[in-house]
Design a protein around this ligand. Structure first.
Ligand code: DCT
Ligand code: MG
Length: 347
């Protein structure tokens, strides 16, 4: 119980540090180990037991055993106390800043958020990221994500009562906290199996019909406070992915609200199953599914599942044909994969 939580929190913290430096493979290995330890049924008492957990292996086994024996993880302590790592974490926690940018700023001698504000010409999203740093660095509790979703869903349904609106991402995977809210919207159109060109027209139509009035309403009531994509009337007409920042109206007994990240995505009905799977994630799970599709001569992305895709040396030789699917279940079935509920899609 407690021991596992200690192990996981140390490994997780180490993964976050590696993420800030852009070391994707170590991030992957550490996150995978966290999930393996979490789902390990028995308590951890012996070294052999640790290293035999699938997804842990010898090297990480040694590190986990150090945490078990000493209650501390010396490598994490030295890494996270280094000045550079603290600053890399500070910078990469700014929305729109990745490890490469953070590295460059560090190399230029910048050390604080004030340095960045004073000396760097920031992109629009990065400016929002710095202005709202203290809010956006936090993950929101699941309960608040649910409140945001029902608030937006109400607005969507007042525009079109037939539309479907669902939160995907970590929320749908049942996580206790969410980094942002990934809201997917579609409208049943009654033509879901027709040709792609037509589908695209339907997409524009429904984006136009729902997205623009929705964004206008959410801005005007002060719910959407900052945009992370450019939103002008000409653009929202065909917009299908909005990214921005929102804040719930303050209730009577609540402490001040915080700004939260929200993505609103509008997709054609025929693409809904693939979109739900994609935006539910996790990103690691999506990668496994894509690889699986490839091995079966198919291809999968956020729009479609296709068959008869021929690849040579990883390169697509034929584009393949779209296999229409009407639900998540059917998508898994056609791919020949046992259905996995969202809660079991971390990998
Ligand atoms: N996604 C993906 N590949 C990426 C990034 C995202 O396939 N590189 C998909 C999977 C999850 C979905 O998009 C939403 O992305 P995030 O919001 O970044 O992920 P999350 O799982 O919802 O986690 P968080 O709680 O941090 O938002
Ligand atoms: Mg998310």
């Amino acid at each position: 119980g407690d021991r596992k939580e200690l192990i996981c929190s140390k490994l997780e913290e180490m993964a976050d540090n590696y993420e800030a430096t852009g070391d994707k493979w170590r991030v992957y290995a550490y996150r995978k180990a966290v999930s393996a330890v979490r789902s390990h049924k028995k308590p951890i008492c012996k070294f052999e037991e640790v290293s035999s957990i699938p997804g842990v292996g010898r090297k990480l086994g040694d590190k986990i055993w150090e945490i078990v024996e000493k209650g501390s993880f010396s490598k994490l302590d030295s890494v996270k106390n280094s000045e550079k790592m603290q600053i890399m974490n500070l910078f990469t926690n700014i929305h729109g800043v990745g490890s490469k940018t953070a590295e460059a700023w560090y190399a230029m001698g910048h050390r604080t958020l004030q340095d960045i504000k004073d000396k760097i010409v920031l992109t629009g999203p990065q400016t929002v990221g710095i202005d709202l740093y203290d809010d956006l660095v936090l993950r929101m509790p699941r309960e608040e994500a649910a409140e945001i979703e029902s608030f937006v869903r109400g607005k969507v349904h007042s525009i079109d009562p037939n539309s479907i609106c669902e939160v995907c991402g970590s929320f749908r995977r049942g996580k206790p906290t969410c980094g942002d809210l990934d809201l997917l919207i579609t409208t049943p159109d009654g033509v879901s199996h027709s040709r792609e060109v037509f589908q695209r027209m339907v997409l524009c139509y429904s984006s136009n019909r729902i997205m623009s009035p929705l964004l206008e309403e959410l801005h005007s009531i002060g719910f959407l406070t900052h945009d992370l994509v450019s939103v002008s009337p000409e653009k929202t007409v065909n917009m299908h992915k909005y990214m921005g920042v929102c804040i719930l109206p303050a209730g009577e007994n609540e402490r001040d609200r915080r700004h939260r990240r929200i993505d609103i995505i509008c997709v054609p009905f025929s693409e809904y199953p693939c979109a739900v799977v994609y935006f539910t994630g996790s990103a690691y799970f999506n990668r496994s599914l894509r690889l699986l599709a490839q091995r079966r001569g198919m291809s999968l992305n956020e729009h479609h599942l296709k068959r008869n895709v021929v690849r040579r040396k990883g390169e697509k030789k034929t584009a393949g044909e779209i296999i229409p699917v009407s639900s998540e279940q059917e998508l898994f079935q056609v791919m020949g994969v046992p259905f996995r509920p969202p809660e079991e899609r971390d990998w």
